[in-house]
Design a protein around this ligand. Sequence first.
Ligand code: AGP
Length: 622
Amino acid sequence: MCGIVGYTGKDQAAPILLDGLARLEYRGYDSAGLAVRDGDALAEVVKATGKLYHLADKTDQGRSLPGCCGIGHTRWATHGDPSLVNAHPHVSGNCSGSGSGQVESDVVGVHNGIIENFTELKEKLLRHGYAFYSDTDTEVVVKLVDYYYKKYKIGPVDAITRTMVRVRGSYALALMFKDYPGEIFAARKDSPLIIGTAEEASFLASDVPAILKYTRQVYYIDNLQVARVAPGSVKFYDLNGDEVTLPLTEITWDAAAAEKGGYEHFMLKEIHEQPQAVRDTLNSLIHESRIDLTAAGLTDDMLRSLAQIDIVACGSAWHVGMAAQYVIEDLAKLPVRVELASEFRYRNIPMPENTLVIVISQSGETADSLAALRVAKERDAKTLAVVNVVGSTIAREADHVLYTLAGPEIAVATTKAYSAQLVAMDALAVQTAYVRGAVSQEQYGHFIEELSAIPDKIKRVLEDKERLQWFSSKIANAHDIFFIGRGLDYAISLEGSLKMKEISYIHSEAYAAGELKHGTISLIERNTLVIGVLTQSELFEKTISNMVECKSRGAYLMGVTTNGNFIVEDSVNFTVYIPKTDEHFVSSLAVVPLQLLGYYTSVNRGLDVDKPRNLAKSVTVE
Ligand code: AGP
């Protein structure tokens, strides 16, 4: 996610802003920028791509930017590639290519979040004579504030509240107005923002670490509220422009805990960010009850013409492909192959005309997946990248790209990016099925409704985390753990097993339940843990039978199944229930208990959850 900082007070702003941005680096970013005002002078904007030290060097550690009021930003690209012109701050006027210099603009601003209807707003502003220099949704929202500010002439708070009414999406905004020197205006919906005060100084930040050094007294601005920030004092307003009062809160965290939002590890934080990551990804694909993949360049005609889909990936991304195979084949009646990238790149796979090769990758830099993409292109296949990092190599080299909006993922073990990929592939499956006439209009609407309900259902699964924490303490000394399932449940078992072994170092295998008796069942001993994923009603009884075969050989059974399926408890020792949902999409819910089980088991074993031994977040070598 992007990082926002702001300062107004009696000290020089730029060094404070740089220090705050440095404490937000963990949020992930690809560019950064500052806007600082010296008294009544116009704001001076400086931007830099890459690491924060480039911006610090460009501003002589902030010394070349005099002034006591300013805002700063680290950008995690969502709309528009990582570049100088797309870096924040953005201005209501025009902006030179370098993105730096004094700005003849009434409004200068930074933003964290995603404006879903930025295209229609941009068209409105173009009709009113505005010109745009960047590809970002942020420039649109800054110019929209300017539009209302000039049109109604009632001041910044009014201009901002009118903008908030018009905008759809998530935002944390920090804005400076030429006519209001020394003041910063802020607004928030769904993206984090806090405002701190100290003697004759005020601070804004996306997260606590950025201001903890200066103050522990903060206001948590609520959704759809506006703040008017002056040195040492803050006023808050609701959407009607009426002043409201907020309580001042004392921050008790230490700096390390603060970076993780109060969670013990990034992995647990990211597991809990899954509802938002899935919601943001779905919101980027579903508009007015229709799935729209045109932003990825996938037209309905193209989807109709497909003869086959080859999904190529590594690790958890490959597991997404395994799940997507079942969904696409069942809904769209389209042949799907799922290949490990490291194998695909060296196999001479026959590829019929009109094959779409989909490369799934969180980082967009995995060497095997990149090589596989290049092989697919050499074979003249159409290629689609499903990636989380905007502007990554795989994103740039594929013919088409569908971005997941999970935000930066810090823990080596993927969770929220995996879940975002899962729903992105589900949406692709539903749209492909619909345009090919394989599902009716009514079914299409049902699937979209079911997908849209996933984020809240993930939240409900997370409410059960204490039971998993308890159970993980019982298995912390296990030597072997088997995850089994059939169909989609097998695909989820693959991910559950990888989560367990990569962070707890306990040997684990995932098996298609029907395959156990062909050899592996010889490994089942007394108290061997067998975890069955039981969400597919047509296959449920067969998997239960396979689990009972293991139990009769001494195994201890855990089951993950949907609410109401209480019969499971007749056979299974420990059961985790997940909310009912269309069985094509239930993987998004079934995976969460398995993520939590792996996480808590690793914690119980006193291991480095976020940085497991031998592993890298992105495997950029063969
Ligand atoms: C998953 O928890 C692992 N970190 C690993 O398997 C990962 O999924 C794999 O390396 C692929 O990475 P990518 O999605 O960035 O291509």
